[in-house]
Design a protein around this ligand. Structure first.
Ligand SMILES: *[C@@H]1O[C@H](CO)[C@@H](O)[C@H](O)[C@H]1NC(C)=O
Ligand SMILES: *[C@@H]1O[C@H](CO)[C@@H](O)[C@H](O)[C@H]1NC(C)=O
Ligand SMILES: *[C@@H]1O[C@H](CO)[C@@H](O)[C@H](O)[C@H]1NC(C)=O
Ligand SMILES: *[C@@H]1O[C@H](CO)[C@@H](O)[C@H](O)[C@H]1NC(C)=O
Ligand SMILES: *[C@@H]1O[C@H](CO)[C@@H](O)[C@H](O)[C@H]1NC(C)=O
Ligand SMILES: *[C@@H]1O[C@H](CO)[C@@H](O)[C@H](O)[C@H]1NC(C)=O
Ligand SMILES: *[C@@H]1O[C@H](CO)[C@@H](O)[C@H](O)[C@H]1NC(C)=O
Ligand SMILES: *[C@@H]1O[C@H](CO)[C@@H](O)[C@H](O)[C@H]1NC(C)=O
Ligand SMILES: *[C@@H]1O[C@H](CO)[C@@H](O)[C@H](O)[C@H]1NC(C)=O
Length: 644
C-alpha cells in the first residue's frame, strides 16, 4: 500500500512538472501561504495537532487544505472541531482569534472552521469583496461575535452558510436577499435582533432557513410563500408578532414549520384545501397567542407526523379530521381552551405515540375508540372537565401505555387494582387532584419501571407501604396533601438501581406523618434536589446524615415538631438554595458552618428555640429579620446585637 502511494506520488509529481506546472513539493501561491500562515498565527491552542504540522511552504499538502490541481490555488480549508481519528469520533478544540488574513485566499470555495468551541473574533467585514468563489461557509459552534457584514451579499456563489451557535449580533443585512444561489442558511442560537428583512423572500433557492433562538422582532415576511423550494423553516424562540401570513400555503415543498415560542397571534390560516403543503410533516406553533379554532381542514395535511399547538388560546373542538392523518405520531394540544369531546376518529391513528391535551375544557365521554391506539405510550388528559369517576379498565389495557396522566379527572374511590397489571409497565403515573380514598396499595411496589408517582391532593389514609423500597427507578414521588400517617423512613430506604440513588424530588408535605426522619441521608439519596416534609407531625432528631444530601437545592421541614440541634453537617449542603425549618422545636446555636451555604437565597428558621449569636457574614446576615424571629434567644445581625 505504501509502495503504491509512493508510485502515485512519483507519477503525479512527474506529470505536474512535465506539464510545466508547479510540482507538489513546490511552494504554494504566496497569497495563499500568507493567508494560511496568518490564520495559524492567531490560533494559540489546537489540541487536534493539525496546525503544528503546517510548516514549510507547500501549503497544498497541509492537513485540512485542498488546492485546485490546475491553478494550484487553495480552494478549501477543512478544519472542523469534530473529527474522526483511527475510526473513532473525536471533539477537538482551538483557541484563538479568527484572522482576517483568510481574505488573502481569494480562490476559496469552502471554509469549514466549525465546532472549534473557543474560536473568537469576527467575520471579516470585507469577506464579500475577496472570496468571490465561496460556496460553503461553516463557522458554527464557536465564540464569534460582531455582526453579519453587509459585504456577505457579494458572495454570489454561496450555497450554504452555517453560522449558528455563536454570539453574532446586530440586524440581518438587508442585502441578504441577493445571495442568488443560497440553499441553506442557519443562524440559530445567536443574538441577532431587529426584523427579519423582507428581502429574505428573494432567496428563492433556499431549501432550509433556521433563525431559531435569536431576538428577532416584527412580522414573518408576508411573501414568505415565494420560497418555493423551502423545505425547513425554523423561526422559533424569537419575539415575532403579527399573524402567520396566508402565503405559507404556497410553500409547496415545506416539510418542517417551527414557529413556536414567539408572540404570534391570529388564526391558523392553513390549509385551505387538499393538496396544500403536501409534505408538511412537523408543525410546531406552541407557545404563541394563536386564537380561533383548530382548522377543521387540518386533515388535509396528509403527511403530518407531529403537531404541537400547546400553550395558545385556541378554542372550540378538536377537529375530527385529525383522524384522517394516518402518519400522526405525536399530538400536543395542552394549555388551550379546547372544549367538546375527544373525537372518535382519534381511534384511527394507529401510529400515535403521544396524545397530550391537558389543561383544556374537554368533556366526557372518553371515546371507546381510544382502545385502538395500540402504539400509544403517553396519554395526558389532566385538568379538563372529564369527570371520569373511575379509570376506565379499557384505558389501562392499552398495550403500549407507559405514561398516564389523569390529574383532576374526577376519579373517586380506591386506586384501581388493575393498574398493577398493565400490559406495558408504567413509568409515570399521575392521579393527583382527584378524590381517591382508601390506602396506598402494597402492589405499588411491584411497578418495577416506575419513575414518577404523583398521588398528591387526594384523600388517601394509610401508611406508605414497605414495598415502596423496591421501586429501584423511582425519581419523583409526590404524595403531598393526603392523610398519610406513620413513619416515612421507607422513602429513604428505597433500593435504587443507581449508585447515589435515582430520587430527585420528594414531596410528603401536608400529611400526618409522625416519624422516620432519623433515616434521612442514611440510604442512597445523594441526587435528591427537592425534599418537602413540611406540615406533618414529625418528631425526633434531625440526624447529621442530612449532610449527605449533597445535591439538595430545596429543603422544607417547617411546621413539624422536630426538636434537636441543627446538625453542623448541614454546612456541606453546598447546592442549597431554600431552607425552611419554621415552626419546629430546634434548639441550640446556628452552626458556624452555615456560612458555607453560599447559594442560599431563602431561609426561614423562625419560631423555634434557637439561641446565641447568628454567625456573622454572608449569606446569614443578609436575610431579613423575619428569617429568625420567634426564637428563644437569637441575637446578632440582622437581629439586635448580642449583649456582652
Ligand atoms: C484534477 O482535478 C480534476 C477535477 O477536479 C480531476 O478530475 C483530475 O483527476 C485531477 N487530476 C489529478 C492529476 O489529480
Ligand atoms: C474554552 O476556554 C475556556 C476558558 O478559556 C475553557 O475553560 C474551556 O475548557 C475551553 N473549551 C474547550 C472546549 O476547550
Ligand atoms: C428583491 O427583489 C425585488 C424584486 O424582485 C427587488 O426590488 C429587491 O431589490 C430585491 N431585494 C434584494 C435585497 O435583493
Ligand atoms: C401564491 O402563489 C401564487 C402564484 O405564485 C400567487 O399568485 C398568489 O398570490 C400566492 N398566494 C399568496 C397567499 O401569497
Ligand atoms: C376525512 O376523511 C373523511 C372520510 O374519509 C372525509 O369525508 C373527509 O373529507 C376528510 N376530511 C379531511 C379534512 O381530510
Ligand atoms: C361526575 O360524574 C358523577 C357520576 O358519573 C356524578 O355523580 C357527578 O355529579 C359528576 N360531577 C360533575 C362535577 O359533573
Ligand atoms: C403533582 O400534581 C400536582 C397537581 O395535581 C402538581 O401541582 C404537582 O406539581 C405535581 N408534582 C410533580 C412532581 O409534578
Ligand atoms: C384527614 O383526616 C381528617 C380526620 O381524620 C379529616 O378531617 C380531613 O379532612 C382529612 N384530610 C384529607 C385531605 O383527606
Ligand atoms: C412544601 O409544601 C408546602 C405544603 O404543601 C408548601 O406550602 C410549600 O410551599 C412547600 N415548600 C417548598 C419549598 O416548595
Amino acid at each position: 500500500m505504501g509502495y503504491q502511494l509512493l508510485w502515485v506520488l512519483v507519477v503525479l509529481t512527474f506529470w505536474k512538472t512535465g506539464e510545466g506546472k508547479r510540482s507538489i513539493v513546490e511552494a504554494c501561491n504566496s497569497n495563499d501561504l500568507k493567508g494560511l500562515t496568518g490564520l495559524k498565527a492567531r490560533i494559540h491552542f489546537d489540541n487536534s495537532g493539525r496546525l503544528e504540522k503546517w510548516i514549510g511552504q507547500s501549503c497544498c499538502n497541509w492537513e485540512g487544505i485542498s488546492c485546485d490541481n490546475m491553478t494550484g490555488r487553495v480552494t478549501e480549508i477543512n478544519l472542523p472541531g469534530f473529527i474522526t481519528r483511527d475510526g473513532a469520533p473525536l471533539q477537538t478544540t482551538m483557541e484563538g482569534w479568527l484572522s482576517h488574513s483568510i481574505t488573502h485566499l481569494t480562490f476559496l470555495e469552502v471554509v469549514d472552521l466549525s465546532g472549534l468551541s473557543n474560536l473568537t473574533g469576527r467575520i471579516p467585514p470585507s469577506i464579500g469583496f475577496h472570496l468571490p468563489k465561496l460556496r460553503k461557509l461553516y463557522l458554527f459552534g464557536n465564540k464569534l461575535s460582531g455582526s453579519l457584514p453587509e459585504s456577505i451579499a457579494k458572495l454570489s456563489k454561496l450555497e450554504e452558510m452555517y453560522l449558528h451557535e455563536n454570539s453574532l449580533s446586530g440586524t440581518l443585512p438587508s442585502s441578504l436577499g441577493s445571495l442568488k444561489n443560497l440553499k441553506r442558511l442557519d443562524l440559530h442560537s445567536n443574538r441577532f435582533s431587529g426584523e427579519i428583512t423582507d428581502s429574505i423572500t428573494n432567496l428563492t433557492t433556499l431549501v432550509s432557513l433556521n433563525l431559531q433562538d435569536n431576538s428577532l422582532i416584527g412580522h414573518i415576511p408576508g411573501r414568505i410563500g415565494d420560497l418555493q423550494v423551502l423545505e425547513e423553516l425554523d423561526l422559533s424562540n424569537n419575539f415575532l408578532t403579527g399573524k402567520i401570513p396566508l402565503s405559507v400555503t404556497n410553500l409547496t415543498a415545506i416539510s418542517t414549520i417551527y414557529l413556536d415560542t414567539n408572540s404570534i397571534e391570529g388564526d391558523i390560516p392553513f390549509p385551505e384545501s387538499l393538496g396544500q403543503m403536501p409534505s408538511l410533516s412537523f408543525l410546531r406553533l406552541h407557545g404563541n397567542h394563536l386564537t380561533g379554532k383548530i382548522p377543521s381542514t387540518i386533515g388535509y395535511l396528509i403527511s403530518l407526523q407531529r403537531i404541537s399547538l400547546a400553550d395558545n388560546k385556541l378554542e372550540g373542538p378538536i377537529p375530527s379530521s385529525l383522524g384522517n392523518l394516518s402518519s400522526l405520531s405525536e399530538i400536543y394540544l395542552s394549555g388551550n381552551q379546547l372544549s367538546g369531546q375527544i373525537p372518535r376518529s382519534i381511534g384511527q391513528l394507529s401510529q400515535l405515540l403521544v396524545f397530550s391535551v391537558s389543561h383544556n375544557m374537554i368533556q366526557a365521554l372518553l371515546p371507546r375508540e381510544v382502545t385502538s391506539l395500540q402504539n400509544l405510550q403517553i396519554l395526558d388528559l389532566s385538568f379538563n372537565h372529564l369527570n371520569l369517576s373511575s379509570i376506565p379498565t379499557w384505558l389501562v389495557g392499552l398495550p403500549s401505555l407507559s405514561r398516564l396522566y389523569l390529574a383532576r379527572c374526577g376519579i373517586q374511590g380506591e386506586i384501581s387494582e388493575y393498574l398493577q397489571s398493565t400490559p406495558s409497565s408504567l413509568q409515570e403515573l399521575d392521579l393527583s387532584s382527584n378524590y381517591l380514598t382508601g390506602t396506598m396499595p402494597k402492589w405499588i411496589g411491584s411497578l418495577a419501571q416506575l419513575y414518577l408517582l404523583n398521588l398528591s391532593r387526594n384523600s388517601l389514609v394509610s401508611k406508605i407501604p414497605g414495598s415502596i423500597t423496591n421501586l429501584r427507578s423511582l425519581g419523583v414521588l409526590d404524595l403531598h396533601s393526603n392523610n398519610l400517617t406513620g413513619p416515612m423512613n421507607q422513602v429513604f430506604e428505597i433500593q435504587s438501581s443507581f449508585e447515589g440513588g435515582s430520587l430527585v424530588y420528594v414531596d410528603l408535605s401536608d400529611n400526618t406523618f409522625s416519624n422516620g426522619i432519623e433515616q434521612i441521608g442514611k440510604g442512597a439519596q445523594y441526587g435528591i434536589r427537592y425534599l418537602n416534609l413540611s406540615h406533618n407531625y414529625l418528631k425526633g432528631r434531625l440526624p447529621s446524615s442530612v449532610g449527605k444530601l449533597e445535591g439538595i437545592q430545596s429543603l422544607d421541614m417547617s411546621y413539624n415538631e422536630i426538636g434537636s440541634n441543627l446538625p453542623d453537617s448541614m454546612g456541606h449542603l453546598s447546592s442549597l438554595e431554600t431552607l425552611k425549618l419554621r415552626k419546629n422545636q430546634f434548639t441550640g446555636e446556628i452552626p458556624h458552618g452555615f456560612l458555607k451555604l453560599r447559594r442560599l437565597k431563602e431561609l426561614d428558621l423562625s419560631d423555634n428555640r434557637l439561641e446565641g449569636e447568628i454567625p456573622l457574614g454572608k449569606p446569614l446576615s443578609d436575610f431579613p429579620k423575619s428569617s429568625y424571629t420567634g426564637n428563644t434567644g437569637l441575637c446578632g445581625k440582622p437581629l439586635t446585637p448580642c449583649k456582652v
